[in-house]
Design a protein around this ligand. Structure first.
Ligand SMILES: [Zn+2]
Length: 138
């Protein structure tokens, strides 16, 4: 069975731990909440082990096919939940609000899947799960 390694910090898959107690062998089972990709995490390692019945391309490993890919240009989004990161910069965002996306500010690393919208004074980032793409009618 093909075996791959995957960096937890750079992938756009959003893994959720499945087991409450660490498995025999010292690993946790993680599943991507978007696409169901399974992985093992040994200890607190940032490298995950993915075993797959079929070969996986590097891009599928890195970029979840079901999550919103930061490379895809989203024009408008609807805010689904209050952003998880509590920050006064988000005070203008309301659940259900339609926001126009703005470019990723220079110097910001765009590793986590999400989009930038205008916060109170500066662009703020909504992460995957906090928004949905919105077809705007101009
Ligand atoms: Zn995924």
């Amino acid at each position: 069975m093909p075996k791959y390694s995957l960096n937890l910090r750079t992938t756009t898959h959003e893994f959720q731990k499945q087991n409450s107690v660490t498995q025999k062998g010292g690993y946790d089972i993680l599943i991507c909440k978007h696409c169901g990709l399974g992985a093992r995490r040994y200890g607190v390692s940032e490298t995950l082990v993915v075993k797959s019945g079929k070969p996986l391309s590097e891009s599928v490993l890195q970029f979840c096919p079901k999550a919103i890919d930061p490379r895809i240009k989203v024009q408008y989004v609807r805010v689904l939940i209050k952003p998880r990161i509590i920050n006064a910069g988000f005070d203008n965002l309301q659940v259900g609000q339609i926001m126009k996306c703005v470019p990723c500010p220079p110097g910001e690393r765009n590793r986590l899947p999400g989009v930038w919208v205008m916060g109170v004074h500066e662009p703020v980032k909504l992460l995957s799960g906090e928004f949905e793409p919105w077809e705007a009618v101009d």
